[in-house]
Structure formats: structure tokens, C-alpha cells
Ligand binder design. Structure first.
Ligand code: SF4
Ligand code: SF4
Length: 449
């Protein structure tokens, strides 16, 4: 099996060991030892929270670069709906789509268009089946990875439909084969991404065996080129119309957009990985059984809040909404018959169930594992419970786990270290008070004057 790829990585040189990131990581995946952070790969969900909070820019996302285009005969850009929120005062999406053509792509396919299809497919799935409620969206890979690790019992409630990115890649390639006659394998589809989790998803897909996406390019890598193109284009005549998505699909770029596409009777939209965790904890306890569909997004505000975007999430959201208003109303690019055909053929249904992922094996031997668990509880109870993070682990419980796993010591806790130093100092003082028998004043013992 190939090694699991993570997009989020640490630049060791830049890390100052400030411990800012250990508290922000929702998975308690970061430790700071010897003045440097490390990411525990098996826990990381590539949510990018640590990229946002590191004051030293030591956390980065590895994405593909435009060099990858040269590996394919025909190259299609798949811009995320949130991408359009990065540009101000757009009259329509066309100049951005033309901008993508100007930097080396042969074609564009809006992921917003695929989002409309996914919305329809999830709607039909909820309508036609006796599903266990609530049904969760499958679109955010960071949320799916979170559920694999922390909420395995809820995995069966994930909508079994591919993500808009995946559907867009398949549709775009099929369309390109028809249009150009070029072989499917020679056509590359490249997602323009606000998010490191999408890079990880392309390399290690959860709902399909093989991703149809050939590369994921971070927004920040091409932003300046598109801006230059838009400024130049303003002085030229109207670009030809490339935009096919309606405002419904484009709204997928911010939280609530997906729910509007799914259009179920009762929906809920939640964004921000910590909010998602607390909501899923409630659902595990039996809440919200009557809600049809829940949209879950790891980034606050949805994809406009993605860590690879250039602009603040509120700026991105306002700009995207303004653009959507200007788009006006137009019918869906795909007819109702085509959408229904996509549904009945199951062409865009998930082929793999999302599997649970265990992250902490105390021991292969059950009785040893129980002993270790008891020891873990004991160490946790003996720690001060301040969760200060000064030890380099995010909480006292996490430090106890690290001690059991052999990667930390009880004295990494500053309070414990202080107690130990105090006890040692007292022992030294006691020892200092002891006088050797030859020097001892024996008169005290005998009572002689
Ligand atoms: S926030 Fe984390 S990665 Fe960034 S400098 Fe501090 S310890 Fe290192
Ligand atoms: S990407 Fe998310 S899960 Fe991974 S280390 Fe950073 S904050 Fe933690």
C-alpha cells in the first residue's frame, strides 16, 4: 500500500516552538518537543487550522504547481465556486474563466456546475430511500476524515454521492473526449483549490477507488496571474460566455449554499471544525434525528474561508454574493431528464464506503491494553488538569497518552517538575541536617552537663 499523503506540512526551520498551534488543532495532532513542532500523521485531517494560526508561517500546504500541466495533452481547470469570491467587482465569472485559459489551460469546467448535480443527487437519495437521519454531506474531506477517526458510528449516514470536485473532473473529461477525440488518459483535470484537504483527498480518495482529478493547484499560486489578466481584459472587448453554472451552484462557495442545492425539507448548515465536532457529539447522543440533511464544512464560512484563499472569508463571501446577484436567473445547464439519468445510472454515486480509522492502539494484547488504559487514567488524574500546553502536548490527557506511548515524561509537566524539585530540595535539606556520628553532640543524648 502506498504511503498516506498529507498536504499540511511543517517547515522545521521556521518553527519557533511557540506552541500556538497545539491548542488550535482539533485532532490534538501536534506536539512541541525540543523547541520544534511535529505533526502526528495518523491524527491529522489536513483541515489547515494550524496554517491559519501559526505566527511564523511554519505550516504550509503542499499543492501541485502549473508544471504538472505539461504531462497532459489537454488540460482542464476546475475552479471551486469560492474561487470567484477572490476577485472584486466582477461583472460575471467569464473573465476569471478566460484568465484560467490564459495561463495554460485548454478548457474550463466550473465545479459549481457539478455542485448543482450533486445537490440534485443528494435530494433524490433522501427522497427515494428510507434513510437514517440526519444525512450528512460528503463534500468536505476534512470533515469526512474527522468522522472516520472520532465519529465512526455516524459514517453510514454520509450521503453516498461523489464530491462536486470529483463529478466535475469526470464530466469535464467525458465532454473533452467527445469534443476533441483525445484519449481520456491524455486529458488532465486540475482543481483550483482553497483547501489542503482536497489535495489529500485526490491522493487518498475516500469515496471512490481512483480520483479522476489529476492535480490540485492552490488558489495562491495562480491568483496574481488571474488578477493581471482581469486588469488587462478590462480594456478589451467583452469576453465570450464560458459560465454555465447558475447562481445556485455558485452559492456552494459559502456555508448554506450546499443545503440550498440539496433542497430537503429540513436542513442545517454548520461551519468551522470545532462547531462541527460539537454538533456531531450532540448527534451521537441522539439529537436532531428529524433533520433531513446536515451540511458540514470544516472552514468557518465554508470554502470561502479555506486557508489557501487570499482574502478574508467575509470579503470572499461578500464578493461572491455580489457576483451571484449579477448572474441573474437562468435555467440549469443540464435538463431535468439529464439530471434524472445521472441519478438512475448511479454514475456519480460513491463506490467505496467511508471506513473508520483507529488512531490509538495501546497494545495488540487485550489484557496489556487494559492495563495501559488503567495506567493512562491514573496518570491523567495525577496531572494538574490545567491543560496549559507548556509540556508541548495540547492537554493533560494528551500528555498522559504520550507518556504511555513512550514519547513524553511526567516531568515534561512544569507543575510536576516543580513538585519533584521541591521534594528533592526538601530531601537535600533533610540530608544536610544530618550530622555524622563523630561530630554529633552526644551530651544531648546522655543529659550530661
Ligand atoms: S504555531 Fe506551531 S508550527 Fe508555528 S511556530 Fe509555533 S509551534 Fe511552530
Ligand atoms: S491540518 Fe488540522 S488536523 Fe492537521 S495538524 Fe493542522 S490543525 Fe491539526
Amino acid at each position: 500500500m502506498s504511503e498516506y499523503f498529507h498536504s499540511v506540512t511543517l517547515d522545521f526551520e521556521k518553527c519557533k516552538g511557540c506552541t500556538n498551534c497545539i491548542k488550535k488543532c482539533p485532532m490534538e495532532a501536534i506536539r512541541v518537543h525540543d523547541g520544534k513542532a511535529t505533526i502526528m500523521q495518523e491524527r491529522c485531517i489536513d483541515c489547515g487550522e494550524c496554517i491559519r494560526c501559526c505566527p511564523n508561517h511554519a505550516k504550509t500546504a503542499v499543492t501541485d504547481t502549473l508544471d504538472i500541466l505539461s504531462e497532459y495533452k489537454y488540460r482542464i481547470a476546475l475552479p471551486a465556486p469560492s474561487f470567484f469570491g477572490q476577485f472584486k467587482e466582477l461583472e460575471n465569472a467569464d473573465c476569471v474563466l478566460h484568465g484560467l485559459l490564459s495561463i495554460g489551460f485548454d478548457d474550463v469546467f466550473e465545479v459549481a456546475l457539478a455542485a448543482e448535480i450533486v445537490g440534485f443527487l443528494v435530494h433524490q437519495y433522501i427522497k427515494d430511500n428510507k434513510v437514517k437521519k440526519p444525512v450528512f454531506s460528503s463534500a468536505c474531506p476534512a470533515v469526512l476524515r474527522l468522522m472516520q477517526i472520532k465519529f465512526p458510528d455516524l459514517l453510514e449516514q454520509i450521503a453516498p454521492i461523489l464530491t462536486p470536485m470529483e463529478v466535475a473532473a469526470r464530466l469535464a473529461k467525458e465532454e473533452a473526449v467527445r469534443k476533441t477525440g483525445i484519449d481520456y488518459e491524455d486529458i488532465g483535470a486540475f482543481f483550483i483549490s482553497p483547501c489542503p484537504a482536497k489535495v489529500t483527498e485526490m491522493r487518498n480518495p475516500m469515496t471512490t477507488k481512483h480520483s479522476a482529478v489529476n492535480g490540485v493547484i492552490g488558489v495562491q499560486l495562480i491568483y496574481k496571474d488571474i488578477i493581471k489578466y482581469i486588469i488587462k481584459e478590462k480594456t478589451q472587448k467583452d469576453p465570450s460566455r464560458l459560465q454555465k453554472a447558475t447562481k445556485l451552484g455558485m452559492a456552494w462557495g459559502y456555508v448554506t449554499g450546499e443545503s440550498k442545492n440539496v433542497d430537503a425539507s429540513t436542513t442545517l448548515a454548520v461551519s468551522g471544525i470545532h462547531n462541527v465536532i460539537s454538533l456531531l457529539e450532540e448527534i451521537e447522543r441522539g439529537e436532531l434525528k428529524n433533520v433531513d440533511f446536515i451540511e458540514l464544512q470544516a472552514c468557518i464560512g465554508g470554502c470561502v474561508g479555506g486557508p489557501l484563499n487570499i482574502h478574508n472569508l467575509f470579503v470572499g463571501r461578500v464578493r461572491l454574493r455580489e457576483l451571484i446577484k449579477k448572474c441573474g436567473s437562468k435555467p440549469s445547464y443540464y435538463t431535468d431528464e439529464e439530471l434524472l439519468r445521472f441519478y438512475t445510472q448511479g454514475h456519480y454515486a460513491s463506490t467505496e464506503p467511508v471506513q473508520p480509522k483507529a488512531i490509538m492502539h495501546l497494545d495488540e494484547d487485550m489484557s496489556k491494553a487494559i492495563q495501559k488504559m488503567e495506567r493512562l487514567d491514573q496518570i491523567t488524574n495525577e496531572l494538574p488538569g490545567l491543560d496549559c500546553g507548556a509540556c508541548g502536548s495540547p492537554s493533560c490527557r494528551a500528555l498522559a497518552e504520550d507518556i504511555i506511548r513512550g514519547i513524553a515524561f511526567e516531568t515534561d509537566c512544569v507543575i510536576k517538575l516543580r513538585e519533584k524539585v521541591k521534594t528533592l530540595a526538601e530531601e537535600i535539606l533533610d540530608l544536610a541536617r544530618i550530622v555524622p556520628p563523630v561530630m554529633a553532640d552526644t551530651s544531648k543524648k546522655t543529659g550530661e552537663k
